[in-house]
Design a protein around this ligand. Structure first.
Ligand code: R5P
Length: 289
């Protein structure tokens, strides 16, 4: 297909190639790789396909956000200069949403900053399972159209197929509405823990009720240090659960996270393909398409 016949095009960075392939297939829109060049001083130069559609989407997941945000903004600029009339951003994982208030004096609200920067460059932003705690919708902070699509259907589908008799576990109270949605779609019971974070790699989690089920699936939107999952798994084991699985949407694992999770007794860990990782088992491109 040539761009002449394509009113809409997708322009993706190399790290998002597999996701782009699925998305292009599902939408029937052509996809083009964004070339990147790194100068010796660390600056980068990107180059988009010279003939984008009237409507063009940049596809970029923001794991390693400090490296990727600038290139993403440059891609929007390049597409407009090349003739796109509307430029959207498909960002399977959208970073910097957890800092949604000033927790300690002198800090920024990073969520507002990222919303402003992206919202000024793009006409619309589409993401998946954005970490929203103190706001309900991205449109409350983005100056452009912005939507977060729920990953609940993809998780429920995986659960139904792979661990059909288990207790769904949300590690913290914030996850309650989401776990409830997965519970409704999978017909499984759920419990939500009470979590207190005391440091980047230190959390406390307790579960309120006695747990009868012996198989559980911890479900979370993000795993980074893996501490939340590990601590939740240990707490569940103390409650008598002897088979613990884990499904997360965005695997932004730091080094050592998987070992931490495995040593806590988790027998299976799967993730969404919003970020390329060995644990990817749930495709999220259909939901975005
Ligand atoms: C926090 O509210 C999120 O939902 C995750 O639970 C958290 O970001 C996981 O981080 P970590 O893996 O470092 O414990």
């Amino acid at each position: 297909m040539t761009t002449k016949n394509a009113p809409t095009t997708i322009h993706y960075f190399s790290g998002n190639q597999a996701f782009a392939k699925e998305l292009c297939k599902a939408t029937d829109w052509p996809g083009f790789l964004i070339e990147t060049h790194q100068f010796p001083d660390g600056e980068s130069l990107i180059r988009v396909h010279p003939k984008p559609g009237r409507k063009a989407f940049v596809l970029c997941s923001l794991d390693n956000p400090n490296e990727k945000i600038f290139e993403t903004l440059c891609a929007a600029d390049a597409l407009r200069r090349a003739g796109a009339k509307r430029v959207g951003l498909i960002v399977p994982y959208l970073a910097y949403l957890r800092q949604d208030k000033v927790f300690h004096e002198g800090e920024p609200i990073s969520q507002r900053v990222i919303a402003k920067v992206l919202g000024e460059s793009f006409d619309e932003v589409v993401t998946l399972e954005a970490h929203l705690h103190r706001i309900r919708k991205l449109s409350e902070v983005f100056p452009c159209k912005a939507v977060s699509i729920s990953a609940a259907p993809a998780i429920a589908q995986w659960v139904r197929k792979n661990v059909p008799k288990a207790l769904l576990v949300g590690p913290d109270e914030e996850s309650e509405p989401w776990i409830r949605a997965i519970s409704r779609l999978s017909n499984l019971p759920y419990v939500v823990g009470q979590k207190t974070r005391v440091g980047d790699r230190r959390v406390r989690i307790s579960f309120p009720d006695a747990i009868e089920e012996t198989t559980a699936i911890i479900v979370d939107d993000i795993a980074s240090s893996g501490v939340t999952i590990a601590v939740a798994a240990k707490a569940l084991a103390k409650c008598g659960v002897d088979e613990i699985h884990c499904a997360i949407v965005h695997p932004i694992f730091e080094r050592g996270a998987l070992r931490r999770i495995q040593s806590a007794g988790v027998v299976e860990l799967v993730s969404g393909n919003t970020i390329v990782h060995g644990s990817n088992a749930m495709s999220m491109s259909g939901l975005i398409a």
